[in-house]
Ligand binder design. Structure first.
Ligand code: ADP
Length: 171
């Protein structure tokens, strides 16, 4: 049985993440999506919220489960009995960092391999931070995140700007 972990912040999960999850779930027997509980990052969504959103949007995938983790990825992978890490590569700018991390992980746990899936061109520009930025100003994020997630992201910014609220619609 081949188990892989797909780690990330997923703050929030985007259609780009979901594409990587669906594609890697076809390659391995079991995929564990690992939601990083990183207190220093000051995320928009709590780790519980991020886990729940991921569970919701992956509920159609029987071999995918979602867990939170803190600390080292190599330790989380060991706890999951996974010897593969999945990461998505969007552009050359992702590459240097990803290479460094995967090599570091292999030093710490020699049996651990990282596989990189190239992003679908449709989502190559997409990141969670872009989604947060557009949502902050009341923009339409329906092309970026699963339908069930869009409302929750926009809900985080209600009352925070003068662009998307009912007051603006009356102008
Ligand atoms: P991090 O917090 O480590 O930057 P993210 O939560 O943003 O991680 O992303 C997790 C993983 O998903 C990373 O491997 C990242 O490269 C990948 N990823 C993010 N956005 C996309 C996308 N639009 N298409 C494909 N992969 C993506």
């Amino acid at each position: 049985m081949k188990t892989a972990v797909y780690p990330g912040s997923f703050d929030p999960v985007t259609l780009g993440h979901l594409d990587i999850i669906e594609r890697s779930a076809r390659i391995v027997d079991e995929l564990v999506v690992g939601v990083l509980n990183n207190s220093s990052k000051n995320p928009l969504f709590s780790v519980e919220e991020r886990v729940n959103m991921l569970k919701e949007v992956t509920s159609h995938l029987p071999n995918v489960r979602v867990e939170s983790f803190g600390g080292l990825l190599v330790d989380f992978a060991a706890r999951c009995h996974a010897d593969v890490v999945v990461r998505g590569l969007r552009a050359i700018t992702d590459f240097e960092y990803e290479l460094q991390i995967s090599q570091t992980n292999r030093i710490m746990r020699p049996g651990l391999d990282t596989i990189f899936l190239t992003t679908d061109l449709e989502y190559a520009y997409l990141s969670s931070s872009i989604v947060r930025e557009v949502a902050q100003y009341g923009g339409d994020i329906s092309a970026f995140v699963p339908e069930a997630i869009a409302e929750r992201v926009l809900g985080k910014f209600v009352g925070e700007n003068s662009f998307g609220g009912p007051e603006h619609e009356q102008d």
